[in-house]
Write a protein that binds this ligand. Structure first.
Ligand SMILES: Nc1ncnc2c1ncn2[C@@H]1O[C@H](COP(=O)(O)OP(=O)(O)OP(=O)(O)O)[C@@H](O)[C@H]1O
Ligand SMILES: [Mg+2]
Length: 305
């Protein structure tokens, strides 16, 4: 997929994803060694986006399986198109000499099978990115189904047979850790924790999304993120929420957060009642702004601005 680490690094950045060197190297090794990548970390930390960025960097497509409780094989692998099969039988039945045995074989061929994302990923001419998103939502039985795919790159489908991979996809598994992913899947994968970024990296991410704003503004957003995360909130803000905040400030025509803006910004900063109360504490918001300014000054100093 990638001929060098530098190519991957450049590709991720060009697609708007800022990864640290450990994440980039892990992705590179997983791609080279054809290992699935298991991403765990808080909501909004960039797990799903990393899969899309890798696909973008490799100039390939994404097959996405969105997991949920009660997901079944049909949804993941696919199923026979029964109305189409019925129609075919009706049409053939009209002709005088029907070879029922060959019709049976035909009806159970891939022509009559509507492929789901797992099967589509195996059938790509060129390796695609197979994103199995929020794997922690499924049960153990479904996890076991994935083992065959990830071990031998094939799928056994009743009545259709065993389908071998035409190309081996780059598999990204993501989890918010609501349920622990089993060890057999972990053993087969490389494991990457996707945490909140450092203030410097967050400033870069904000800069990518709001390129018209000043360097001070980007550092200010990163400083505020760091300050909020140091406040032991019930739901600390993720990168995506800081990006929302940056966009909101642009809409409001403001480049700076002041203590007076507390009530307007509260719905964007505190997402639980406990956190809202915390930010409403007397002097709470003002001291948060103070911390944020210190952190953003650090970011600016380190970047030499
Ligand atoms: N390193 C990064 N570089 C650029 N953008 C990022 C980065 N991390 C997060 N983002 C931004 O945050 C948004 C949310 O990320 P994403 O949807 O991938 O989070 P997630 O970890 O999958 O969250 P969830 O667990 O809720 O699904 C992305 O659309 C992207 O804009
Ligand atoms: Mg996600």
């Amino acid at each position: 997929m990638f001929s060098s680490l530098q190519e991957l690094e450049g590709g991720l950045r060009a697609s708007g994803y800022i990864a640290d060197s450990i994440a980039t190297t892990t992705v590179y090794l997983a791609a080279r060694l054809q290992k699935p990548l298991l991403l765990e970390g808080p909501a909004g930390s960039g797990k799903t986006q990393l899969a899309y960025a890798v696909a973008d960097a490799a100039d390939t497509t994404v097959e996405r399986l969105q997991c949920y409780e009660g997901i079944n094989e049909e949804k993941a692998i696919g199923k026979f198109d029964e109305p189409l099969q019925r129609l075919c039988v009706e049409l053939k039945a009209k002709s005088a000499n029907v070879d029922w045995e060959s019709l049976r074989t035909e009806l159970h061929s891939q022509q009559f099978f509507g492929a789901g994302p797992l099967l589509r990923a195996l059938q790509c001419e060129r390796p695609c990115v197979l994103l199995i998103d929020e794997l922690d939502k499924v049960d153990h039985a479904f996890e076991a189904l994935l083992l065959e795919l990830l071990s031998v790159w094939q799928l056994s489908i009743p009545k259709l047979g065993t389908i071998k991979a035409r190309s081996i996809p780059f598999v990204v598994l993501t989890s918010n850790e609501e349920r622990r992913i089993g060890d057999p899947l972990r053993r087969r994968s490389f494991y990457l924790r996707v945490e909140h970024p450092t203030a410097e990296r967050e400033a870069e991410i904000v800069a990518l999304r709001t390129p018209d704003s000043s360097h001070e503004f980007h550092a200010g957003m990163a400083g505020l993120a760091k300050a909020l995360r140091g406040w032991s909130m019930e739901k600390p803000p993720s990168v995506s929420e800081i990006l929302d905040l940056a966009q909101a400030l642009k809409v409001l025509g403001s480049e700076q957060i002041t203590a007076e803006m507390r009530d307007i910004l509260l719905p964007l900063l505190a997402k639980t009642e406990a956190d809202r109360r915390k930010l409403l504490l007397r002097d709470g918001f003002a001291s948060l702004i103070f911390d944020a300014q210190q952190y953003s000054a650090e970011v600016l100093r380190r970047s030499g601005a």
